[in-house]
Design a protein around this ligand. Structure first.
Ligand SMILES: Cc1ncc(COP(=O)(O)O)c(C=O)c1O
Length: 446
Protein backbone atom coordinates (compact mmCIF):
# COMPACT_ATOMS: atom_id res chain seq x y z
CA UNK A 1 0.00 0.00 0.00
CA UNK A 2 2.97 2.28 0.64
CA UNK A 3 1.27 4.47 3.21
CA UNK A 4 4.19 4.86 5.64
CA UNK A 5 6.45 7.50 4.26
CA UNK A 6 7.63 10.36 6.47
CA UNK A 7 5.57 12.58 4.20
CA UNK A 8 2.34 10.75 5.06
CA UNK A 9 2.98 11.13 8.78
CA UNK A 10 3.62 14.84 8.54
CA UNK A 11 -0.09 15.65 8.44
CA UNK A 12 -0.80 14.53 11.98
CA UNK A 13 0.54 15.45 15.38
CA UNK A 14 0.99 12.34 17.49
CA UNK A 15 0.23 12.35 21.19
CA UNK A 16 3.14 12.43 23.67
CA UNK A 17 5.52 11.37 20.85
CA UNK A 18 8.98 12.79 20.25
CA UNK A 19 9.37 14.60 16.92
CA UNK A 20 12.41 12.45 16.11
CA UNK A 21 10.39 9.22 16.27
CA UNK A 22 7.40 10.66 14.47
CA UNK A 23 9.37 12.16 11.59
CA UNK A 24 11.49 9.13 10.74
CA UNK A 25 8.47 6.85 10.13
CA UNK A 26 9.87 3.87 12.01
CA UNK A 27 6.73 3.43 14.05
CA UNK A 28 4.37 0.61 13.18
CA UNK A 29 1.14 1.26 11.31
CA UNK A 30 -1.47 -1.21 12.53
CA UNK A 31 -4.11 -2.32 10.10
CA UNK A 32 -6.02 -5.18 11.77
CA UNK A 33 -6.85 -6.67 15.15
CA UNK A 34 -8.28 -9.99 16.22
CA UNK A 35 -8.51 -11.35 19.76
CA UNK A 36 -5.26 -10.57 21.58
CA UNK A 37 -3.28 -9.79 18.39
CA UNK A 38 -2.67 -6.83 16.09
CA UNK A 39 -1.11 -6.90 12.61
CA UNK A 40 0.91 -4.10 11.06
CA UNK A 41 0.87 -3.14 7.40
CA UNK A 42 3.78 -5.50 6.68
CA UNK A 43 1.77 -8.42 8.03
CA UNK A 44 3.80 -8.73 11.24
CA UNK A 45 1.76 -10.02 14.20
CA UNK A 46 2.05 -8.54 17.71
CA UNK A 47 0.55 -9.79 20.97
CA UNK A 48 -1.22 -6.73 22.40
CA UNK A 49 0.33 -6.91 25.86
CA UNK A 50 -0.94 -3.47 26.85
CA UNK A 51 -4.51 -3.96 25.55
CA UNK A 52 -3.98 -0.86 23.41
CA UNK A 53 -3.54 1.45 26.38
CA UNK A 54 -5.24 -0.47 29.24
CA UNK A 55 -8.36 -0.46 27.07
CA UNK A 56 -9.18 -3.55 25.00
CA UNK A 57 -10.54 -5.81 27.76
CA UNK A 58 -12.60 -8.09 25.52
CA UNK A 59 -10.11 -8.30 22.66
CA UNK A 60 -10.05 -6.99 19.11
CA UNK A 61 -12.31 -7.74 16.17
CA UNK A 62 -15.66 -8.41 17.87
CA UNK A 63 -18.31 -8.40 15.17
CA UNK A 64 -21.14 -8.45 17.75
CA UNK A 65 -19.99 -5.05 19.04
CA UNK A 66 -19.62 -3.77 15.47
CA UNK A 67 -23.19 -4.90 14.73
CA UNK A 68 -24.55 -3.21 17.88
CA UNK A 69 -22.87 0.03 16.74
CA UNK A 70 -24.21 -0.28 13.19
CA UNK A 71 -27.75 -0.95 14.43
CA UNK A 72 -27.64 2.13 16.66
CA UNK A 73 -26.30 4.31 13.84
CA UNK A 74 -29.16 3.18 11.61
CA UNK A 75 -31.78 3.81 14.30
CA UNK A 76 -30.52 7.02 15.88
CA UNK A 77 -26.99 8.29 15.35
CA UNK A 78 -27.13 11.32 17.62
CA UNK A 79 -29.09 13.23 20.17
CA UNK A 80 -27.50 15.22 23.00
CA UNK A 81 -27.69 14.47 26.72
CA UNK A 82 -29.49 17.55 27.84
CA UNK A 83 -33.21 18.16 27.99
CA UNK A 84 -33.71 14.71 26.43
CA UNK A 85 -32.12 11.30 26.30
CA UNK A 86 -32.48 7.98 24.45
CA UNK A 87 -32.89 4.27 25.25
CA UNK A 88 -29.23 3.30 24.79
CA UNK A 89 -28.10 5.84 27.41
CA UNK A 90 -30.84 4.76 29.81
CA UNK A 91 -29.89 1.08 29.43
CA UNK A 92 -26.13 1.66 29.67
CA UNK A 93 -26.60 3.82 32.79
CA UNK A 94 -28.75 1.14 34.43
CA UNK A 95 -26.23 -1.56 33.62
CA UNK A 96 -23.12 0.32 34.74
CA UNK A 97 -24.69 1.59 37.99
CA UNK A 98 -25.93 -1.94 38.74
CA UNK A 99 -22.29 -3.09 38.68
CA UNK A 100 -20.96 -0.16 40.73
CA UNK A 101 -20.34 -0.51 44.46
CA UNK A 102 -22.73 0.81 47.14
CA UNK A 103 -24.95 3.76 46.30
CA UNK A 104 -22.92 4.98 43.31
CA UNK A 105 -26.18 5.08 41.51
CA UNK A 106 -25.89 7.83 38.89
CA UNK A 107 -23.51 8.26 35.98
CA UNK A 108 -22.46 11.40 34.10
CA UNK A 109 -21.25 10.39 30.62
CA UNK A 110 -18.32 12.03 28.84
CA UNK A 111 -15.83 10.89 26.21
CA UNK A 112 -12.49 10.34 27.95
CA UNK A 113 -10.75 9.75 31.26
CA UNK A 114 -9.53 13.34 31.46
CA UNK A 115 -13.08 14.61 31.05
CA UNK A 116 -14.30 12.18 33.72
CA UNK A 117 -11.69 13.48 36.19
CA UNK A 118 -12.40 17.08 35.17
CA UNK A 119 -16.10 16.43 35.79
CA UNK A 120 -15.30 15.11 39.28
CA UNK A 121 -13.31 18.24 40.13
CA UNK A 122 -16.16 20.44 38.92
CA UNK A 123 -18.85 18.33 40.61
CA UNK A 124 -16.99 18.54 43.94
CA UNK A 125 -16.75 22.32 43.67
CA UNK A 126 -20.34 22.85 42.73
CA UNK A 127 -21.63 20.32 45.24
CA UNK A 128 -19.81 21.98 48.14
CA UNK A 129 -20.89 25.46 47.00
CA UNK A 130 -24.49 24.28 46.75
CA UNK A 131 -24.33 23.06 50.34
CA UNK A 132 -23.04 26.40 51.64
CA UNK A 133 -19.30 25.57 51.52
CA UNK A 134 -17.96 27.60 48.55
CA UNK A 135 -14.42 27.72 49.98
CA UNK A 136 -14.00 23.93 49.72
CA UNK A 137 -12.10 24.08 46.43
CA UNK A 138 -8.72 22.45 47.14
CA UNK A 139 -7.88 19.05 45.69
CA UNK A 140 -5.42 16.53 47.15
CA UNK A 141 -3.83 13.89 44.92
CA UNK A 142 -0.62 11.83 44.94
CA UNK A 143 2.91 12.04 43.56
CA UNK A 144 3.57 10.28 40.25
CA UNK A 145 -0.18 9.79 39.63
CA UNK A 146 -1.50 10.51 36.14
CA UNK A 147 -5.02 11.92 36.07
CA UNK A 148 -5.24 13.36 32.54
CA UNK A 149 -4.45 16.29 30.28
CA UNK A 150 -7.19 18.90 30.73
CA UNK A 151 -6.09 21.73 33.01
CA UNK A 152 -7.90 20.49 36.14
CA UNK A 153 -6.89 16.86 35.64
CA UNK A 154 -3.34 17.96 34.78
CA UNK A 155 -3.20 20.10 37.92
CA UNK A 156 -4.09 16.96 39.90
CA UNK A 157 -1.44 14.96 38.05
CA UNK A 158 1.76 14.38 40.00
CA UNK A 159 4.23 13.93 37.13
CA UNK A 160 6.61 16.88 36.81
CA UNK A 161 7.67 16.22 33.21
CA UNK A 162 4.17 16.55 31.79
CA UNK A 163 3.14 19.38 34.11
CA UNK A 164 6.20 21.57 33.53
CA UNK A 165 5.38 22.82 30.00
CA UNK A 166 2.02 24.15 31.20
CA UNK A 167 2.94 25.89 34.43
CA UNK A 168 1.43 27.79 36.09
CA UNK A 169 -1.31 25.21 36.60
CA UNK A 170 -4.46 25.77 38.65
CA UNK A 171 -4.02 26.90 42.26
CA UNK A 172 -5.12 24.77 45.21
CA UNK A 173 -4.00 21.38 43.89
CA UNK A 174 -1.91 19.73 46.61
CA UNK A 175 0.19 16.55 46.52
CA UNK A 176 0.99 13.83 49.04
CA UNK A 177 3.17 10.71 48.72
CA UNK A 178 1.85 7.64 46.99
CA UNK A 179 2.14 4.29 48.79
CA UNK A 180 5.15 2.85 46.93
CA UNK A 181 7.15 0.78 49.42
CA UNK A 182 4.76 1.64 52.25
CA UNK A 183 3.44 -1.13 54.50
CA UNK A 184 1.48 0.89 57.07
CA UNK A 185 -1.70 2.02 55.32
CA UNK A 186 -2.99 4.01 58.28
CA UNK A 187 0.25 6.01 58.59
CA UNK A 188 0.27 6.69 54.82
CA UNK A 189 -3.30 8.00 54.92
CA UNK A 190 -2.43 10.21 57.90
CA UNK A 191 -0.37 12.40 55.55
CA UNK A 192 -3.67 13.34 53.91
CA UNK A 193 -5.35 14.05 57.23
CA UNK A 194 -2.40 16.20 58.31
CA UNK A 195 -2.57 18.15 55.04
CA UNK A 196 -6.32 18.72 55.37
CA UNK A 197 -5.78 20.03 58.89
CA UNK A 198 -2.83 22.21 57.85
CA UNK A 199 -4.79 23.77 54.95
CA UNK A 200 -8.01 24.06 56.94
CA UNK A 201 -10.80 21.51 56.36
CA UNK A 202 -13.11 24.32 55.27
CA UNK A 203 -10.89 24.81 52.16
CA UNK A 204 -10.46 21.17 51.02
CA UNK A 205 -13.12 19.66 48.76
CA UNK A 206 -11.72 16.55 47.10
CA UNK A 207 -9.22 13.72 47.60
CA UNK A 208 -8.38 11.79 44.43
CA UNK A 209 -6.47 8.50 44.09
CA UNK A 210 -6.37 5.33 42.00
CA UNK A 211 -6.97 2.12 43.97
CA UNK A 212 -3.87 0.66 42.23
CA UNK A 213 -1.77 3.58 40.97
CA UNK A 214 -0.36 3.23 37.46
CA UNK A 215 2.23 6.05 37.60
CA UNK A 216 5.24 4.69 39.49
CA UNK A 217 4.34 1.15 38.41
CA UNK A 218 1.24 -0.72 39.62
CA UNK A 219 1.36 0.48 43.21
CA UNK A 220 -0.98 -1.80 45.19
CA UNK A 221 -2.07 -0.03 48.40
CA UNK A 222 -1.24 -1.49 51.82
CA UNK A 223 -4.14 -2.88 53.86
CA UNK A 224 -6.16 -0.28 55.72
CA UNK A 225 -5.19 2.63 53.44
CA UNK A 226 -8.46 3.05 51.57
CA UNK A 227 -10.79 2.51 54.57
CA UNK A 228 -8.71 5.16 56.34
CA UNK A 229 -9.08 7.54 53.36
CA UNK A 230 -12.83 6.97 53.59
CA UNK A 231 -12.83 7.72 57.35
CA UNK A 232 -10.77 10.91 56.88
CA UNK A 233 -12.93 12.20 54.02
CA UNK A 234 -16.11 11.56 56.01
CA UNK A 235 -14.69 13.31 59.06
CA UNK A 236 -13.78 16.51 57.21
CA UNK A 237 -16.63 16.55 54.67
CA UNK A 238 -14.23 16.02 51.76
CA UNK A 239 -15.38 14.05 48.69
CA UNK A 240 -13.36 10.94 47.78
CA UNK A 241 -12.79 10.20 44.09
CA UNK A 242 -11.45 6.79 43.02
CA UNK A 243 -9.89 7.45 39.62
CA UNK A 244 -10.52 4.11 37.96
CA UNK A 245 -9.81 5.05 34.37
CA UNK A 246 -7.46 2.05 34.27
CA UNK A 247 -8.58 0.02 37.31
CA UNK A 248 -12.25 -0.53 36.38
CA UNK A 249 -14.05 -2.96 34.08
CA UNK A 250 -12.11 -6.03 35.09
CA UNK A 251 -8.48 -4.90 34.95
CA UNK A 252 -8.05 -5.93 38.62
CA UNK A 253 -10.53 -8.84 38.40
CA UNK A 254 -13.47 -6.71 39.62
CA UNK A 255 -15.88 -4.40 37.85
CA UNK A 256 -14.41 -1.61 39.96
CA UNK A 257 -11.11 -1.46 41.86
CA UNK A 258 -12.93 0.16 44.78
CA UNK A 259 -14.46 -3.26 45.51
CA UNK A 260 -10.97 -4.70 45.85
CA UNK A 261 -9.92 -2.07 48.39
CA UNK A 262 -13.24 -2.42 50.25
CA UNK A 263 -14.48 1.14 50.03
CA UNK A 264 -17.43 2.97 48.52
CA UNK A 265 -15.96 6.28 47.30
CA UNK A 266 -18.15 9.31 46.60
CA UNK A 267 -17.27 9.24 42.91
CA UNK A 268 -15.56 6.88 40.47
CA UNK A 269 -14.09 8.14 37.19
CA UNK A 270 -13.90 5.49 34.48
CA UNK A 271 -13.22 5.33 30.73
CA UNK A 272 -11.10 2.95 28.62
CA UNK A 273 -12.38 -0.57 29.41
CA UNK A 274 -16.07 0.37 29.47
CA UNK A 275 -16.15 0.09 25.68
CA UNK A 276 -13.00 -2.06 25.31
CA UNK A 277 -11.90 0.69 22.91
CA UNK A 278 -14.68 0.18 20.34
CA UNK A 279 -15.59 3.86 20.91
CA UNK A 280 -14.24 6.68 23.10
CA UNK A 281 -16.03 6.80 26.45
CA UNK A 282 -15.68 8.32 29.88
CA UNK A 283 -17.99 8.44 32.86
CA UNK A 284 -18.30 9.70 36.39
CA UNK A 285 -20.25 7.59 38.85
CA UNK A 286 -21.65 9.64 41.73
CA UNK A 287 -23.43 8.63 44.93
CA UNK A 288 -27.17 9.10 44.72
CA UNK A 289 -27.42 11.37 47.75
CA UNK A 290 -24.80 13.80 46.44
CA UNK A 291 -26.59 14.13 43.12
CA UNK A 292 -29.92 14.67 44.87
CA UNK A 293 -28.37 17.24 47.23
CA UNK A 294 -27.06 19.26 44.28
CA UNK A 295 -30.21 18.93 42.19
CA UNK A 296 -32.42 19.82 45.18
CA UNK A 297 -30.29 22.84 46.11
CA UNK A 298 -31.03 26.37 45.02
CA UNK A 299 -28.72 26.12 41.98
CA UNK A 300 -30.56 22.92 40.99
CA UNK A 301 -28.25 21.78 38.17
CA UNK A 302 -24.77 20.41 37.53
CA UNK A 303 -23.57 23.25 35.29
CA UNK A 304 -21.41 21.07 33.08
CA UNK A 305 -21.85 19.10 29.88
CA UNK A 306 -20.42 18.14 26.50
CA UNK A 307 -21.78 17.55 23.01
CA UNK A 308 -20.66 13.92 22.90
CA UNK A 309 -21.63 12.90 26.46
CA UNK A 310 -23.91 9.84 26.35
CA UNK A 311 -23.56 9.55 22.55
CA UNK A 312 -26.06 6.90 21.35
CA UNK A 313 -23.47 4.85 19.46
CA UNK A 314 -21.04 4.91 22.39
CA UNK A 315 -23.84 3.88 24.74
CA UNK A 316 -24.84 0.98 22.47
CA UNK A 317 -21.21 -0.13 22.37
CA UNK A 318 -20.90 0.16 26.15
CA UNK A 319 -23.98 -2.06 26.51
CA UNK A 320 -22.66 -4.62 24.01
CA UNK A 321 -19.19 -4.72 25.55
CA UNK A 322 -20.19 -4.87 29.22
CA UNK A 323 -22.95 -7.41 28.54
CA UNK A 324 -20.54 -9.63 26.63
CA UNK A 325 -17.90 -9.30 29.37
CA UNK A 326 -20.49 -10.31 31.94
CA UNK A 327 -22.04 -13.17 29.94
CA UNK A 328 -18.69 -14.61 28.83
CA UNK A 329 -17.17 -14.57 32.32
CA UNK A 330 -14.30 -12.24 31.46
CA UNK A 331 -13.79 -11.17 35.09
CA UNK A 332 -13.88 -14.80 36.19
CA UNK A 333 -11.14 -15.48 33.65
CA UNK A 334 -8.95 -12.82 35.29
CA UNK A 335 -9.67 -14.16 38.75
CA UNK A 336 -8.91 -17.75 37.70
CA UNK A 337 -5.62 -16.89 35.99
CA UNK A 338 -4.12 -14.01 37.95
CA UNK A 339 -2.36 -16.40 40.35
CA UNK A 340 -0.82 -18.20 37.37
CA UNK A 341 0.23 -14.84 35.88
CA UNK A 342 1.90 -13.92 39.19
CA UNK A 343 3.67 -17.29 39.43
CA UNK A 344 5.08 -16.85 35.95
CA UNK A 345 6.27 -13.34 36.83
CA UNK A 346 7.87 -14.62 40.05
CA UNK A 347 9.75 -17.28 38.05
CA UNK A 348 10.88 -14.61 35.61
CA UNK A 349 12.16 -12.49 38.49
CA UNK A 350 14.14 -15.48 39.86
CA UNK A 351 15.68 -16.01 36.44
CA UNK A 352 16.76 -12.39 35.84
CA UNK A 353 19.06 -10.47 38.13
CA UNK A 354 18.15 -7.20 36.36
CA UNK A 355 14.54 -7.35 37.59
CA UNK A 356 14.25 -5.35 40.81
CA UNK A 357 10.67 -6.21 41.60
CA UNK A 358 7.31 -7.10 40.04
CA UNK A 359 4.19 -5.36 41.37
CA UNK A 360 0.53 -5.53 40.52
CA UNK A 361 -2.64 -7.58 40.64
CA UNK A 362 -5.32 -8.88 38.26
CA UNK A 363 -4.07 -8.44 34.69
CA UNK A 364 -2.04 -5.33 35.57
CA UNK A 365 1.70 -5.60 36.37
CA UNK A 366 4.92 -3.57 36.34
CA UNK A 367 8.25 -5.35 35.89
CA UNK A 368 10.76 -2.95 37.39
CA UNK A 369 14.32 -3.10 36.14
CA UNK A 370 17.60 -2.36 37.85
CA UNK A 371 21.34 -2.94 37.24
CA UNK A 372 21.69 -5.99 39.47
CA UNK A 373 19.28 -7.11 42.18
CA UNK A 374 21.88 -9.29 43.90
CA UNK A 375 24.60 -6.64 44.12
CA UNK A 376 22.19 -3.72 44.54
CA UNK A 377 23.64 -1.84 41.54
CA UNK A 378 21.14 0.66 40.15
CA UNK A 379 21.10 1.85 36.54
CA UNK A 380 22.43 5.37 36.11
CA UNK A 381 19.86 8.01 35.19
CA UNK A 382 21.39 8.31 31.70
CA UNK A 383 21.53 4.53 31.31
CA UNK A 384 17.89 4.14 32.32
CA UNK A 385 16.84 6.91 29.90
CA UNK A 386 18.83 5.37 27.05
CA UNK A 387 17.34 1.95 27.75
CA UNK A 388 13.74 3.14 27.84
CA UNK A 389 13.79 5.85 25.20
CA UNK A 390 16.28 4.53 22.64
CA UNK A 391 16.61 0.76 22.98
CA UNK A 392 13.35 -0.59 24.35
CA UNK A 393 11.07 0.30 21.44
CA UNK A 394 13.15 -1.89 19.11
CA UNK A 395 13.70 -4.68 21.66
CA UNK A 396 9.97 -4.86 22.43
CA UNK A 397 9.02 -4.83 18.77
CA UNK A 398 11.53 -7.59 17.96
CA UNK A 399 9.84 -9.73 20.63
CA UNK A 400 6.54 -9.51 18.67
CA UNK A 401 4.66 -7.88 21.49
CA UNK A 402 3.22 -4.47 22.38
CA UNK A 403 4.19 -3.31 25.85
CA UNK A 404 4.97 -0.01 27.48
CA UNK A 405 8.44 0.83 28.70
CA UNK A 406 7.97 3.46 31.38
CA UNK A 407 10.55 5.78 32.90
CA UNK A 408 8.53 7.21 35.77
CA UNK A 409 10.63 6.15 38.76
CA UNK A 410 12.84 3.12 37.87
CA UNK A 411 12.57 1.84 34.27
CA UNK A 412 9.83 -0.68 33.96
CA UNK A 413 7.79 -2.76 31.56
CA UNK A 414 4.06 -2.44 32.02
CA UNK A 415 1.90 -5.50 31.26
CA UNK A 416 -1.83 -5.06 30.83
CA UNK A 417 -3.06 -7.61 28.29
CA UNK A 418 -6.64 -8.15 27.12
CA UNK A 419 -8.68 -9.78 29.88
CA UNK A 420 -9.54 -12.73 27.64
CA UNK A 421 -5.94 -14.02 27.83
CA UNK A 422 -5.76 -17.72 28.68
CA UNK A 423 -2.84 -19.44 30.43
CA UNK A 424 -1.38 -20.31 27.02
CA UNK A 425 -1.56 -16.64 26.06
CA UNK A 426 0.13 -15.68 29.32
CA UNK A 427 2.89 -18.21 28.52
CA UNK A 428 3.36 -16.61 25.12
CA UNK A 429 3.49 -13.14 26.67
CA UNK A 430 6.03 -14.36 29.25
CA UNK A 431 8.31 -15.73 26.52
CA UNK A 432 8.41 -12.28 24.95
CA UNK A 433 9.03 -10.58 28.30
CA UNK A 434 11.81 -13.08 29.05
CA UNK A 435 13.45 -12.17 25.74
CA UNK A 436 13.07 -8.43 26.38
CA UNK A 437 14.55 -8.60 29.89
CA UNK A 438 17.51 -10.69 28.62
CA UNK A 439 18.28 -8.18 25.88
CA UNK A 440 17.92 -5.30 28.35
CA UNK A 441 20.55 -6.99 30.55
CA UNK A 442 22.95 -7.18 27.60
CA UNK A 443 22.27 -3.64 26.37
CA UNK A 444 25.18 -1.24 26.19
CA UNK A 445 23.96 1.47 28.56
CA UNK A 446 26.94 1.92 30.88
C1 LIG B 1 -5.85 7.05 36.07
C2 LIG B 1 -6.07 7.86 34.83
N1 LIG B 1 -6.87 8.95 34.90
C3 LIG B 1 -7.12 9.68 33.80
C4 LIG B 1 -6.59 9.36 32.58
C5 LIG B 1 -6.90 10.21 31.37
O1 LIG B 1 -7.65 9.48 30.47
P1 LIG B 1 -7.75 9.91 28.90
O2 LIG B 1 -6.43 9.62 28.29
O3 LIG B 1 -8.87 9.04 28.37
O4 LIG B 1 -8.11 11.36 28.89
C6 LIG B 1 -5.76 8.24 32.47
C7 LIG B 1 -5.19 7.86 31.16
O5 LIG B 1 -4.45 6.92 31.01
C8 LIG B 1 -5.48 7.47 33.62
O6 LIG B 1 -4.69 6.39 33.57
Amino acid sequence: MGITTPDDLKHMVLHFTKGKAWRNATMPIFVRGQGIYLWDEDGKRYLDGLAGLFVVQIGHGRTDIAHAAAKQIEELAYTPSWAATHPAAIEASKLVTSLAPGDLDAVFWVSSGSEAVESAIKFARQYHASQGNPAKTKVISRNLAYHGTTMGALSATGLDNIRAPFEPLLPGFLKVDNTLGVTDGIAAAKQIEDLILAEGPETVGLVMAEPVQNGGGCIVPPGGYWPELRRICDKYNVLLLADEVINSFGRLGHWFGSEMVGVVPDMISFAKGATSGYAPVGGLLIRRQLVDDLLDSEVGTFTHGATWGGHPVVMAITMANVTAMRDEGVLENVQANQGYFQDRLAALTDAHDNIAEVRGTGYFYAVEMTGSRSSGDELTEEGAAKLVNELMPGIISDAGVLLRADLRGRPKLVLSPPLICTRDDIDELMESVDQIISRAAEADIA
